[in-house]
Design a protein. Structure first.
Length: 256
């Protein structure tokens, strides 16, 4: 029996020449599988992340603590604004299953002519959207240090959940976290996500993430490429219908 295998790795288009992302006169294409809109309540607003509006301010926000802020996330530390632009182009534009939002804290006495009332608190994304499975994931939750452990993440996540279940009519919203990142897992559980299990050795990580991964020692020269176990959590449509929508709404309204 004869056969062939002509597999070739997909050529990745290099990311370069990103100056146009910072030009406010050039319309930004989100290239997203669902309609794109702004979400908000009295405390937080989620605005689709237009790089010309938010990229520089976001970099300024996280730069002092970037190592810590990105510690458990599968991204190499962003050392300059261009690194963030590459991330936004790679995920925010080229992947139609991603939509990145800027998170605005409306409780701050601050305004900016580029986005109006409120202070930029960070970013959050819908990702891994699979319309034919009615499923999506919330991730890339990156808040500046002054906005961590406040109402911001709860309200930002809640707004996305309300949109996913009440308007997009999705059936599953998942949350993945490095299993060592217990604060992320605990935060998701407080919002109603159920831990489904630990995906063991779920992904390889960059060498710079060795401190938050599992070192491989099997003698194949891969000791510098750590892996991670991933906690998988989810909320499903029937849980949302059967009371979680009201419970989360009350949590979002809490002031303490």
């Amino acid at each position: 029996m004869e056969f062939i295998n002509n597999y070739q790795p997909s050529a990745q288009t290099p990311v370069y020449g990103l100056d146009h992302l910072l030009d406010p006169s050039v319309p930004y294409d989100f290239n997203f599988v669902f309609p794109v809109k702004t979400l908000g309540n009295q405390r937080v607003r989620l605005i689709p992340f237009i790089p010309a509006v938010f990229a520089q301010e976001f970099y300024n926000l996280i730069e002092p603590d970037v190592q810590d802020v990105l510690r458990y996330l599968p991204f190499s530390p962003w050392k300059k604004l261009e690194d963030i632009l590459v991330f936004l182009e790679t995920f925010g534009h080229r992947k139609p299953d991603w939509l990145i939002f800027a998170v605005i804290d409306l409780t701050k006495n601050h305004s900016d002519p580029r986005w109006g009332e409120g202070a930029l608190a960070g970013m959050i994304a819908l990702m891994n959207c699979v319309p034919h499975n009615y499923s999506v994931e919330i991730g890339a939750v990156i808040m500046g240090k002054p906005f961590q452990r406040t109402h911001v993440t709860t309200n930002a996540t809640g707004l996305l959940l309300q949109w996913c279940f009440s308007e997009l009519n999705l059936r599953r919203v998942q949350w993945q976290a490095n299993a060592l990142n217990s604060p992320s897992v605990a935060a998701a559980q407080k919002m109603g996500f159920k831990l489904e299990g630990i995906l063991r050795w779920e992904r390889a990580q960059a060498a710079c993430k060795k401190g938050t991964g599992i070192v491989v020692d099997i003698g194949h020269g891969e000791e510098d490429i750590p892996s991670r176990n991933t906690a998988m959590l989810s909320i499903c449509w029937d849980e949302w219908r059967d009371g979680l929508a009201e419970t989360l709404g009350a949590r979002m309204a809490r002031t303490k």
